[in-house]
Design a binder for this molecule. Structure first.
Ligand code: SAM
Length: 329
């Protein structure tokens, strides 16, 4: 479906982000409180079959790309089974996963064989101690092993998503850039949003991407723009002499809402027009009473029509207390 925007532009529903769980094996300091959050009871989490019904309807409504996320998607048992179901849906051309990578090592070959095409690994530090501190206990070596296993399994391009925070990890951006040059990494620097534990802190930690780009260019010279599969809202560049890429995703300093073509499905079956939507459309009751494919398509169209052309999250705003791990980051 297409939606008319102010100014006559049109956008099309093409992308569905599905959170398969609200559980996470890490507790990133900017995302979750140390003690975690109250969890949704398991019986209120969509089953794989229910998720596949929504994805099938989404494909009918025009969706071409599904990304699985969470919480941490790999903590949900037997995720490979869901990947198989989704990969068999006609019309879905791209199936990807966002993960912290810690559990990815042994699973990457099975996920690839089941039909997963690409992986994004969230990795905010290359220093073991700092990684442990940011994630409150995560093992960097496991995340790096997961990333390498994904590359070996052909889940490429593997993107490395880095949320950059002033005084926390901004001294590592050139280390990440070096990995793009020497190891072919596709690094994405993401601006911190005032969501979850970062709400209220964002002013202290926030760094506009423009500043990071200036720092990278001061070290490497001018960055050359490049087109990359599934680049989404990232502005992507090649480093002189490197095989990887560097991208900047700037939801605050340069928000891309008016071209946003995505919807989100939470683990408990809410369909959200936007990450910043306070409430979504409830699909769980519909699914549990045996909604038809047509009804699901209508809900998807309704949610898409509810999309605005801007969010109201600024580094100085109060932000959203509910973290990305709950709505599906
Ligand atoms: N567990 C998976 C992972 O680590 O990729 C998927 C869920 S996680 C919530 C998805 C992404 O959201 C991660 O890259 C994380 O860094 C990012 N994220 C969480 N809170 C954020 C915030 N306040 N601002 C920007 N990104 C955030």
């Amino acid at each position: 479906m297409k939606e008319q925007l102010p100014g006559g532009a049109q956008r099309k529903l093409e992308y569905l982000r599905i959170s398969v769980t609200d559980r996470c094996n890490l507790r990133c300091a900017y995302c979750l409180p140390e003690e975690g959050l109250p969890l949704v009871p398991r019986e209120e989490i969509l089953t794989y079959e229910e998720i596949a019904l929504v994805a099938r309807a989404a494909a009918r409504a025009g969706v071409r790309h599904v990304r699985l996320t969470g919480g941490e998607p790999l903590v949900r048992p037997d995720l490979v089974r869901l990947v198989e179901q989704l990969a068999a849906i006609p019309g879905l051309q791209d199936l990807s996963l966002t993960t912290n990578g810690v559990l990815l090592g042994p699973l990457a070959p099975q996920l690839a064989a089941a039909g997963l095409r690409r992986v994004n690994v969230s990795l905010d530090s290359l220093r073991p101690e700092r990684f442990r501190a940011i994630t409150r206990g995560g093992e960097l070596a496991l995340a790096l092993a997961g990333l390498e296993a994904a590359r070996r399994a052909g889940l490429e391009p593997v993107k490395v998503n880095v949320v950059v925070m002033r005084g926390v990890n901004d001294d590592e951006i050139l280390d990440f850039a070096a990995r793009a040059r020497t190891d072919g990494w596709h690094v994405r620097f993401i601006e911190l949003m005032p969501i979850g534990a970062a709400a209220g802190q964002a002013e202290r930690w926030f760094i506009p991407n423009e500043l990071l780009k200036t720092r990278v260019e001061a070290a490497y010279g001018p960055l050359e723009p490049v087109a990359l599969e599934g680049a989404g809202p990232a502005r992507t560049y090649r480093l002189p002499g490197g095989s990887g890429s560097i991208g900047f995703i700037s939801p605050l300093s340069e928000h891309f809402c008016s071209s946003c073509n995505r919807l989100r499905l939470t683990a408990h079956g809410q369909l959200l027009p936007c990450l910043a939507s306070p409430k979504g459309l409830e699909l769980l009751p519909l699914l549990r009473r045996g909604a038809s494919d047509d009804e699901l398509v209508q809900m998807l169209q309704l949610a898409f029509a509810l999309k605005g052309d801007g969010h109201h999250l600024g580094a100085r705003s109060g932000g959203l207390l509910w973290p990305m791990s709950a709505v599906g980051g």
